[in-house]
Write a protein that binds this ligand. Structure first.
Ligand SMILES: Nc1ncnc2c1ncn2[C@@H]1O[C@H](COP(=O)(O)OP(=O)(O)OP(=O)(O)O)[C@@H](O)[C@H]1O
Ligand SMILES: [Mg+2]
Length: 281
């Protein structure tokens, strides 16, 4: 069984600690919802798992299928079965969707896929996701609408057949029909291939379609509360305030506000950092 195991993960971005000790285990065929207020580390966690070199792991471990993936560059993690549908998919002018995908598929096969088989597979995937037929020949994400970019991430997922997919706000920007199309594609992959998923979304509506068995809430770089699907429902209805109170935590934005930069008014360069208590004087 392929399991993702994260222990005491600390991650720094641009010299600032964003993740402060995350533990998470995802077994085969499980669906995990990852929630939390804006700017509290959800995308950072997924980027660290996928191996974005900007996100520096300073402590802790990540293993997948028993292997230490922190030793692997991003391309090896992809071949090992990890996939990240990004919150903001990148445009890559000059590289067509089909060239990109065929190259990515070929590195995970002994023999290159035949052009005929590739075209058939790509056409059927594009049809599944109800995308425009010219998609294969267009440059990767260039000029795509917001929703098309998100759906194109799922085209990639279907073609590459990962064993663990991380979906970072894949629902944002999708119209109601596209939301259903994407959810159907995810559920189909999960059922047919045993794929597991970590799904980041702010909306219960998407979780209703994907049905996560587990929900984790990340606040200020730590998972502070975990539960089942009902936790996502409760957050949708009541927000995060009850979590801050019950678990005695502050979201990252407010924790930062407690150390504010305050002008003393005695000169343009005279700025001092003051604690919240001093700011109230
Ligand atoms: N590449 C980066 N460069 C600088 N700061 C970054 C970078 N990536 C993340 N951060 C910072 O790390 C913090 C956590 O960001 P992250 O994107 O993980 O939040 P998030 O929980 O995914 O939020 P959202 O719900 O808004 O997507 C933020 O303060 C963000 O500005
Ligand atoms: Mg994010």
């Amino acid at each position: 069984m392929k399991t993702l195991e994260i222990k005491n993960l600390h991650v720094e971005v641009e010299g600032k600690e964003i993740l402060k000790g995350v533990d998470l285990t995802v077994n085969e065929n499980e669906v995990h919802a990852l929630m939390g207020p804006n700017g509290n580390g959800k995308s950072t966690l997924l980027a660290a798992i996928m191996g974005n070199p900007k996100y520096i792991v300073t402590e802790g471990s990540i293993t997948y299928d028993g292997k230490n993936i922190l030793e692997m560059p991003v391309n090896e993690r992809s071949v090992a079965g990890l996939f990240l549908a990004m919150q903001y998919p990148q445009e890559i002018p000059g590289v067509t969707n089909s060239d990109f995908l065929r190259a990515a598929m070929n590195v995970r096969r002994e023999q290159p896929i035949s052009l005929f088989k590739f075209i058939k597979e790509m056409e059927s995937t594009i049809k599944d996701l109800e995308m425009k037929e010219d998609l294969a020949h267009r440059f990767l994400n260039e000029g795509f609408s917001g929703g098309e970019k998100k759906r194109n991430e799922i085209v990639q997922m279907e073609m590459l057949k990962p064993t663990l997919s991380m979906l970072d706000e894949i629902d944002s920007g999708l119209d109601v029909d596209a939301l259903r199309i994407v959810a159907d594609a995810l559920n189909k992959m999960k059922n047919e291939t045993n794929m597991s998923m970590i799904v980041v979304s702010h909306y219960e509506r998407f979780y209703q379609l994907i049905k996560p068995q587990f929900t984790h809430v990340l606040v200020n770089g730590k998972i502070v509360v975990e539960g089942g699907e009902e936790l996502a429902e409760k957050i949708d209805q009541e927000g995060y305030d009850w979590i801050y109170q019950e678990y005695n935590v502050q979201p990252a934005s407010e924790a930062q506000n407690n150390v504010r930069t305050v002008s003393t008014g005695i000169g343009t360069c005279a700025v001092r950092t003051a604690a919240e208590s001093a700011g109230k004087k």
